[in-house]
Design a protein around this ligand. Structure first.
Ligand SMILES: Cc1cc2nc3c(=O)[nH]c(=O)nc-3n(C[C@H](O)[C@H](O)[C@H](O)COP(=O)(O)O)c2cc1C
Length: 217
């Protein structure tokens, strides 16, 4: 059954779980991020490492899609993808992006912006080696973002790839690998009652230290 326009307009939740104070935040936003990610994981948020990645095409059109965070360390936020698809085309012209995490069960959002670069080849290869076989084959079989004639055409490409690598280790394709987003801003958002949410934005200075500001919701 469809939601009526009235029901859709009336869908809302008052966020009441908890607040967020400046003194609860670690001075290093990456440490803080990892603590929130671990909490999302322990609270059984589905795919807590799923993040919306936004990039900008050459004509200034923003595009968003979900990718999985696979590492978060002093360099920043790492994900893996095809190096020839739409997002890679955007990033080769405009190597900046935004990431958004929404952990509904915790009434939390994290927004990140920064510059992006490809990970070192050996990091992409090491991660590729630990992916399940079907994902390795999929990376070879799928010309990410290309138009397909049909579902059968994709399955045919997968079957051909499977036959090609039968009995062998599947190498990492040259057009597949990681990106690391080096954060310039990281915002922590905690839902509160009456839409009076708590927001703290960390902004990195040229020297590399972080300034924190509370923002209006
Ligand atoms: C939960 C979830 C996780 C995903 N993780 C990835 C990922 O880690 N890497 C990836 O290339 N695509 C991932 N995808 C698919 C992307 O959202 C997207 O469809 C694909 O990367 C093609 O994007 P593009 O055409 O804009 O380049 C994921 C999708 C979902 C829903």
């Amino acid at each position: 059954m469809n939601l009526s326009p009235e029901s859709l307009a009336a869908l809302r939740l008052d966020y009441a779980q908890r607040g967020l104070d400046l003194n609860e935040l670690d001075a290093d936003p990456l440490v803080q991020f990892r603590a929130w990610l671990a909490e999302a994981h322990s609270q059984k948020v589905i795919e807590p490492n799923a993040m919306i990645l936004s990039t900008v095409s050459s004509d200034g059109q923003p595009w968003s899609r979900t990718v999985l965070l696979k590492a978060c360390d002093e360099r920043g936020f790492v994900f893996f993808t095809n190096y020839a698809g739409f997002k890679a085309q955007h990033l080769s012209r405009e190597p900046r992006a935004a990431l958004t995490f929404w952990w509904g069960a915790l009434e939390r959002q994290v927004n990140i912006t920064g510059r992006i670069s490809q990970t070192a080849r050996d990091e992409s290869e090491s991660y590729f080696r630990v992916r399940p076989l079907a994902s390795q084959l999929g990376a070879w079989a799928s010309p990410q973002s290309a138009v397909l004639e049909s579902r059968e055409a994709l399955e045919q490409l997968f079957a051909e790839t499977k036959a090609r690598f039968e009995g062998q280790e599947v190498p990492c394709p040259s057009d597949w690998g990681g990106y690391v987003l080096e954060p310039e801003t990281i915002e922590f958002w905690q839902g509160r009652r009456s839409r009076l949410h708590d927001r703290f934005r960390f902004t990195r200075s040229e020297e590399g230290d972080w300034k924190i500001q509370r923002l209006a919701p």
